[in-house]
Design a binder for this molecule. Structure first.
Ligand code: ZN
Length: 134
């Protein structure tokens, strides 16, 4: 498995517009646009930082995974995403190593990337996302 870089940091927020006040108005990051992934009940907004990005996640529904996360833990860092060269290969290798996977097979996330999540029980408590962009 080859990890190429930290692709993005996922941050759960109640409101992307509110979040922008810090990330754009104060830190001066560039807002690159938002996208809704209906299947995940989430709207994501990307803010490039060097070779990586900050991703703000806002739930589109009170029963979506991001809404549930905020309900339990409050707003804040929700996941870290590593870009890998080959996501199918990476998942196969991790499974062989006994890592618990949330997604056994990749699905399509924001920006058309192939993504898959690893279970925090296998990662020391961090929700880890793998992504592959071609
Ligand atoms: Zn993500």
């Amino acid at each position: 498995m080859k990890i190429l870089k930290i692709d993005h940091l996922g941050i759960a927020v109640n409101s992307i517009d509110e979040g922008k006040k810090f990330w754009v108005d104060i830190l001066g990051l560039h807002f690159e646009g938002a996208e809704t992934v209906e299947e995940q009940k989430v709207t994501t907004a990307f803010f490039p930082v060097g070779e990586s990005e900050v991703e703000l996640l806002q739930s589109t529904s009170p029963d979506g995974p991001v809404a549930k996360y905020i309900e339990k833990k409050g707003e804040g860092m929700q996941h870290i995403a590593f870009r890998v060269e080959n996501i199918e290969e990476a998942l196969k290798e991790l499974k062989e190593k006994g890592v618990k996977l949330i997604d056994e097979a990749p699905r399509i996330g924001a920006g058309g990337a192939k993504i898959a999540f690893l279970h925090p029980k296998s990662t020391g408590g961090i929700l880890v996302e793998l992504c592959q962009r071609d």
